[in-house]
Design a protein around this ligand. Structure first.
Ligand code: TA6
Length: 295
């Protein structure tokens, strides 16, 4: 499918501005903006309450080279720093978030003259880089109805197994980091800051410092970011096909060192990432899907 042929899909338009070429989806339930650079979801407004679900840095860099700070970066075929199998200059979180993707397919479900659901398939241009050489197909399936459903699909076209680590690295927009708690993560975690394994998550799960935690979260239960005072959910997310949930906030000092975050940027964001951290093996000819649903 070419970009031009999205004319038949009333809920999808292509806009080009300082954020680059972006797909803008506007249907009965939502407004979503996806940069073709990185197939990077920049914005998700659920029309049930008109509230933006995603945080995007005011200092984000849109130079078609630098990873965009915020939204939903796609981390693949490794999470974090590449291991020593790959060259020293391999980019953090892999090489899919720093290339232009193509829109492969767009369709919508229409009922009573209203677009109830928009479905997109985006595909990367380059799947071999930095020594990662496998016959593989990757697709990002985006389903927009009363929820935003992302599925990162990896198909092993080879005759031997391959191993990847990956994440949908979602930045949630919150009113103030000191006013929220995470509800729904009880498992222990590997603390990337201390290198220690911590047996239990804090209850209540407040964020009052830099956190970079890998929770071995195997169930599909929804996770909420709730307002402390009212217990109202500011974000609800569920995942499937993951082996971990990553919770990250850079807090004061780390934020101050980041050129693409304002000094107070950490106060209104919290990452809850669906991830395969442990080296996901995908057998020959098999497909794995990492899914995250944002409500
Ligand atoms: O998901 C948490 C993390 O791995 C942190 O360690 C931090 O590096 C964050 O991702 C952001 O990484 P980036 O390469 O986008 O700056």
């Amino acid at each position: 499918m070419t970009i031009e042929s999205i004319q038949e899909t009333a809920s999808v338009t292509l806009e080009s501005d300082n954020q680059g070429s972006c797909l803008c989806i506007n249907n009965k339930h939502a407004q979503v903006r996806i940069s073709l650079f990185g197939a990077h979801v920049l914005s998700y407004i659920n029309k049930s309450d008109g509230r933006e679900r995603l945080w995007l840095s005011k200092e984000a860099i849109f130079d078609q080279h630098t990873p965009i700070r915020g939204g939903i970066p796609i981390c693949w075929p490794w999470f974090g720093a590449a291991n020593n199998k790959f060259p020293a200059n391999s980019p953090s979180h892999g090489f899919l978030r720093t290339q232009v993707w193509n829109l492969n397919h767009a369709e919508e479900l229409i009922l009573n003259n209203q677009v109830q659901e928009t479905n997109l398939v985006l595909v990367p241009n380059q799947l071999s880089a930095f020594g990662f050489e496998h016959k593989v197909r990757v697709r990002l399936l985006v389903k927009i109805n009363d929820k935003l459903n992302l599925q990162l699909e990896t198909t092993n076209l080879d005759d031997c197994a391959l191993t990847v680590s990956q994440a949908l690295h979602t930045y949630f927009l919150i009113p103030r980091i000191s006013e929220v708690v995470i509800d729904g993560i009880a498992e222990g975690y590997s603390d990337k800051l201390s290198g220690q394994f911590v047996q239990e998550s804090p209850q209540p799960y407040n964020i009052d410092r830099e956190v970079d935690r890998i929770h071995r979260h195997m169930n599909g239960n929804a996770v909420f970011i709730r307002d402390k005072e009212t217990n109202k959910p500011r974000a609800k997310v569920s995942q499937r096909g993951h082996d971990s949930l990553v919770v990250w906030n850079p807090w004061i000092e780390k934020t101050a060192r980041m050129s693409d975050m304002s000094k107070d940027g950490y106060t209104t964001m919290l990452c809850i990432e669906a991830a395969n951290i442990d080296g996901l093996e995908i057998k020959a000819k098999e497909t794995h899907t990492l899914e995250q649903i944002i409500y």
